[in-house]
Design a protein around this ligand. Structure first.
Ligand SMILES: *[C@@H]1O[C@H](CO)[C@@H](O)[C@H](O)[C@H]1NC(C)=O
Ligand SMILES: *[C@@H]1O[C@H](CO)[C@@H](O)[C@H](O)[C@H]1NC(C)=O
Ligand SMILES: *[C@@H]1O[C@H](CO)[C@@H](O)[C@H](O)[C@H]1NC(C)=O
Ligand SMILES: *[C@@H]1O[C@H](CO)[C@@H](O)[C@H](O)[C@H]1NC(C)=O
Length: 798
């Protein structure tokens, strides 16, 4: 308001000034005075009366008045002295503002006559105001990329004073970046202009504070200050930079996915968005993208999947950091994969022989290669096989091994080997791979069949049914397959006369032996032959065993009476002297049995007699003796029926008819027996030799008797026709103590028997002995079969 008033006042003053010439036309020229503003009131301004040419009292007399144009009573006229005195203190700035010079016009009016005088009071400025900035603080924002020389106009300061006392220049506190220029604006006012001297760097100094000084030209000069705050505005002039690039990191290949690897850090000196960094992989291959991830915000690198040293040993990962302004920086990460013993050794078989013939010399079973995909100790593979096997491992060349047989194998002791090959690496922990090779030992015919026994003894009861299974031979062969397939056979008998093929047959497959036809103990008591067992190997191997066949006796032969002959047409008659003592030996019935053992153990029994009390038969030796003295009343002819039984089961027997003729003396055609007077039965027990002598004597007499009988018979036959059978004695030499009898019954003519009788006939024990006469081939006219059959063995009375 005050300013407005001043302006208003100024206009009035100006109006006065423009009106003046009209007034001054009728007045004198104006008188000018000057005074400093702010001069105290009452101060002397000028000798007005004198200047107007008036006398001292004239002013008062003419009622002189001073009127200023603004109708304010600023000046006084001293009527006494005629001096012009300042009525009040004047403020130029109030009166004129920026108008310069500041002139206060006034009029002096006089009466009697009316006269006007024009005057002017020039109010001179004093430096009573300092320059003043409208704001204490100025804020200036400058982008940091502003170039040196750039100017920045600032708000100006005001100084109410004018002229020299007004604002003259601006200065700025000393700094390296700016200086200030004082410039005129269109109104001619001086304003400060900051000029940039050097490049700015927000990152170095983000804010500057300068003191701006406005100086006027007074003496002394006055000044005003303001603070200029310069904010340097960031521009994206810094790319992010990785702090420790290139990074190097080692990662175990065993790390699981999502394991952190490292955290990268990039710095951007810019602020705000320009300084916020996001991370990423740069131009990453698919492999790297699939393997690593980087957190955009934290720079945390992690594994996306497991690493595999064996595939890729190191990675070179390019990384990138980008700020919000789009600038980016690069870095790299060297990731070295560390080996972990995660691969078991491997074994690759390149050749394998699964079957080896036994007895083969050193043979290559397998060639294989071992390897481990790990590296270092983890990748060193050591190979071994289970011990105690006849195989050895040979290392041929790098990582190749050969498995060979150490010694010839024996299929029969072990036909299959499971060879476990263990491959271990040297890592920690050790990893081991095992592989089992199965080797079959193939058979070679190296084992002959072996009979379960070296010899077999088989027993067959005679009269067996044909094709009777008599026993089984068996052989085993340690080989296998056809090498162990045994075929049994009969070997040609050592005795060429044994017709083995007609007796025995063998089942080639199972070794069963069969008797082809009924055997006859009496013809063949035992025989032996060899059987063979042959395998089907190539070459075939064979072995043989001896088979004894023992024919067991059956009681199939009835006793056969040798003496007296039963089928003679003229039966032999024994002569008995009437003078014979009781116990007189009339004759001895001689019988044999083709069977053996109990079956041939004969006993004699008197079955029937015309005079039963007269005769007795010794059960064991068949001696027929008298039991009492004969008398004249006894009939001369007696007929005795004797039964000869064996001891077999079933019992077989033969009856013998004996004719006895009582004679008065041996002067008759029949010779007396020499030992008649002696009674061997009722006699005391004498020494053995005595009995032997007696026996010999009796046998001799019997022999003699027989001879005579035979001669008689023969003569008798010769005399008649030759139509009847002949009692013939085979030629041969017989020892004196044996009785040779020729069997004429069911046996064939040619059978020959030896009877050996000891003196002690009562003991009745029989002993089976070896044949004493070589076997004789028999010719059976009825059959074609030839048999070597010792029908009868010797009997010894012991
Ligand atoms: C500004 O004005 C002053 C006088 O008022 C004069 O002396 C000076 O040369 C002028 N400066 C410029 C830059 O015009
Ligand atoms: C990056 O890390 C931050 C802080 O740990 C997390 O919140 C954000 O999910 C992560 N980003 C990714 C993509 O994993
Ligand atoms: C070898 O291994 C096979 C298969 O495991 C088995 O059947 C056989 O009995 C083994 N042989 C030996 C001699 O251990
Ligand atoms: C009596 O039997 C024997 C033996 O069998 C025989 O050799 C002989 O011819 C027979 N004699 C008579 C007369 O039948």
């Amino acid at each position: 308001m005050e300013t407005l008033d001043k302006l208003h006042l100024n206009r009035q003053v100006m109006a006065l000034i423009f009106m003046m010439p009209l007034v001054l036309v009728c007045s004198e020229a104006t008188t000018q005075y000057s005074i400093l503003e702010e001069t105290e009131s009452g101060s002397f301004v000028a000798h007005l009366a004198k200047d107007l040419g008036l006398g001292a009292g004239e002013l008062a007399a003419r009622s002189a008045r001073v009127v200023s144009d603004d109708y304010k009573q600023r000046l006084l006229l001293d009527p006494e002295t005629g001096d012009l005195i300042l009525r009040e203190k004047l403020d130029r700035e109030e009166l004129c503002g920026f108008v310069d010079p500041c002139v206060l016009p006034f009029q002096v009016s006089l009466e009697k006559p009316v006269q006007y005088f024009q005057g002017e009071l020039l109010i001179q400025d004093i430096n009573d105001h300092a320059p003043e900035f409208p704001d204490r603080e100025l804020l200036l924002k400058i982008p940091e990329n502003s170039q040196p020389g750039t100017r920045f106009s600032l708000k100006l300061a005001q100084d109410l004073d004018v002229g020299n006392n007004g604002l003259q220049e601006y200065r700025v506190s000393t700094n390296p970046h700016f200086h200030v220029l004082t410039r005129n604006n269109s109104e001619g006012k001086k304003y400060p202009e900051l000029v940039q001297d050097r490049a700015l760097d927000r990152e170095e100094q983000a804010e500057l504070s300068l003191t701006l000084i406005a100086l006027d030209g007074g003496s002394p000069p006055r000044s005003g200050t303001a603070l200029v705050r310069i904010l340097i505005i960031d521009i994206n002039d810094n790319a992010p930079e990785f702090v420790n690039s290139p990074y190097e990191v080692q990662v175990l290949e065993s790390c699981p996915p999502d394991s952190p690897i490292l955290t990268v850090l990039a710095r951007d000196a810019d602020a705000g968005n320009f300084g916020s960094v996001s991370y990423g992989l740069f131009q990453a291959s698919d492999e790297i993208q699939q393997t690593f991830s980087i957190n955009e915000t934290t720079g945390d690198m992690r594994l996306k999947k497991k690493l595999d040293f064996e595939k890729i040993k190191s990675y070179h990962v390019e990384i990138e950091a980008t700020d919000g302004g789009g600038l980016s920086g690069r870095g790299s990460v060297m990731i070295e994969v560390l080996d972990v013993n995660d691969n078991a050794p491997e074994l690759t078989i390149s050749s394998l022989t699964s079957s080896v013939p036994e007895n083969a010399p050193e043979t290559i079973i397998s060639i294989f290669r071992v390897g481990d995909r790990d590296s270092g100790e983890n990748g060193k593979a050591v190979c071994s096989i289970s011990e105690n096997l006849p195989f050895i491992l040979k290392s041929t060349f790098k990582n190749f091994y050969t498995l060979v047989t150490e010694s010839p194998l024996d299929r029969e002791s072990r036909a299959e080997y499971n060879i476990t090959i263990s491959v271990s690496d040297l890592g920690t922990p050790r990893l081991t791979t095992q592989h089992t090779i199965t080797v079959q030992v193939s058979d070679i015919n190296d084992n002959a069949p072996a009979f379960t026994q070296t010899s077999y003894t088989m027993f067959v009861r005679e009269n067996n049914s044909p094709a009777l299974h008599i026993g089984t031979i068996s052989a085993t062969d340690a080989d296998s397959g056809s090498n162990a397939h045994i075929t049994y056979s009969l070997l040609p008998p050592q005795n060429p006369q044994l017709a083995l093929v007609s007796l025995i047959s063998i089942n080639a497959d199972n070794g069963q032996l069969f008797a082809l036809r009924a055997l006859d103990y009496e013809a063949l008591q035992a025989f032996e032959f060899y059987v063979g067992a042959t395998d089907q190997g190539s070459p075939a191997l064979s072995s043989q065993a001896l088979v004894h066949v023992m024919v067991l006796d059956d009681n199939d032969n009835a006793p056969f009476v040798l003496y007296p002959l039963q089928n003679a047409s003229a039966p032999c008659t024994e002569l008995l002297p009437r003078a014979a003592e009781p116990g007189y030996l009339i004759t001895k019935v001689v019988a044999v049995d083709c069977d053996s053992g109990q079956n041939a153990w004969l006993s004699f029994q008197l079955l029937k007699a015309t005079e039963p009390g007269l005769f007795s038969v010794w059960a064991h030796n068949g001696e027929v003796r008298t039991t009492r003295l004969l008398s004249e009343r006894d009939v001369p002819k007696h007929r005795l029926l004797l039964l000869v039984k064996d001891n077999g089961e079933p019992q077989r027997s033969t009856s013998v008819t004996l004719h006895v003729l009582l004679v008065n003396s041996f002067s008759q055609p029949y010779l007396p027996l020499p030992e008649v007077e002696h009674d061997p039965i009722h006699g005391d027990e004498e020494v053995l030799t005595l009995y032997l002598v007696i026996a010999l004597a009796s046998v001799s007499s019997l022999f003699l008797l027989s001879v005579l009988l035979f001669v008689g018979v023969r003569l008798c036959r010769r005399a008649r026709a030759a139509s009847l059978g002949v009692c013939s004695v085979p030629e041969g030499h017989f020892p004196g103590h044996l009785v040779d009898v020729s069997g004429m019954g069911t046996l064939s003519q040619s059978y020959q028997y030896d009877v050996c009788l000891s003196g002690d006939s009562r003991s009745g024990e029989f002993k089976f002995l070896k044949p004493m006469i070589p076997n004789v081939m028999l010719q059976d006219s009825g059959r074609e079969v030839k048999e070597s059959t010792p029908c009868r063995d010797s009997f010894v009375f012991s």
